[in-house]
Write a protein that binds this ligand. Structure first.
Ligand code: SF4
Length: 281
């Protein structure tokens, strides 16, 4: 898709998750909408010109209607992606998930069982993600698979070790990109732990600089807080939000209650404001 024409939302479709990652910034105090309500939201997003949706959460695969929503999103011609912790992905549903989500992003912070246990991801997180990447590679070679990883004060400096430990296994398993995200204490558990886990912009930039002189088999990108602020987010309760200076700002309280023209105005306004600094991919 031409990046200039991209109109993207990140849809945090559920507050639910089976994990308790220490840096998690999912909504804790909203309620999920019914599938019927979310279908209305999806159609309004389409009418407002949205052409790419990334389903996230919480854990999006814990939302009961996720397959139906994704099916409809595809039917409407919307590019449909997912970010998942991978726990509900297995041999039985992997092909369906590949059919529904053009890009699958798994969350993984380290090859170390100890680090993964401490961060709340679970000791077997890396092994499971590696297994899933290989499974996709076997069944759907070429399918877009990425890894998201969060950089906090607790794992700062381990990224080089992580890349050297993982680069062969993950590139063979078809992973095309690893994105390192700066820890963002904007809501939920992440906000509560701001003092213990935050890293500075300068620290994050230093990591980016170190990596920029290396060659990898896959693309390695660094997404700072300014990048995260470019997201236009649909929250579990069906609000449209943007973020700035560590705060959420509600653009629309309930998408089901506004016209698609009002929704379009809010999304276009968001993108006009955040345009400086390049496209959001
Ligand atoms: S970061 Fe992701 S996997 Fe971890 S608790 Fe939050 S939603 Fe769940």
């Amino acid at each position: 898709m031409n990046r200039e024409n991209l109109k993207y939302v990140c849809w945090n479709v559920t507050t639910k998750c089976n994990k308790k990652c220490v840096y998690c910034f999912r909504e804790l105090f909203e309620s999920d909408r019914t599938l019927e309500d979310n279908m209305i939201i999806l159609h309004k997003l389409k009418e407002a010109g949205v052409n790419r949706i990334t389903f996230s959460g919480g854990e999006p695969l814990s939302y009961e209607g996720i397959y139906e929503l994704a099916m409809e999103s595809n039917r409407l011609g919307i590019e449909t992606f997912i970010v998942t912790n991978g726990d509900y992905v297995n041999e039985d549903n992997i092909e369906l998930i590949c059919d529904l989500f053009k890009r699958i992003t798994f969350s993984c912070d380290s090859p170390s069982p100890y680090v993964n246990k401490e961060s709340g991801r679970g000791a077997d997180n890396y092994d499971h993600i590696l297994y899933l990447c290989n499974l996709i590679q076997a069944k759907r070679p070429g399918h877009i698979v990425q890894i998201n990883s969060v950089v906090t004060r607790a794992n700062y400096g381990e990224q080089e070790y992580m890349l050297s430990a993982m680069r062969d296994e993950l590139s063979l398993a078809g992973v095309s990109r690893i994105k390192f995200f700066q820890y963002y204490p904007i809501r939920g558990y992440a906000k509560q732990r701001r003092c213990t886990l935050s890293i500075t912009d300068e620290q994050f930039d230093a990591l980016r600089q170190q990596q920029s002189c290396r060659q990898e088999f896959f693309d390695v990108t660094f997404k700072d807080i300014k990048f995260l602020d470019k997201d236009c987010v649909v929250s579990p309760k069906g609000a449209l939000k943007e973020s700035e200076n560590y705060e959420d700002k509600i653009l629309i309280e309930d998408i089901t209650k506004v016209s698609s023209e009002e929704l379009q105005e809010a999304i276009d306004g968001h993108y006009a404001k955040k345009k400086a600094g390049g496209p959001h991919v």
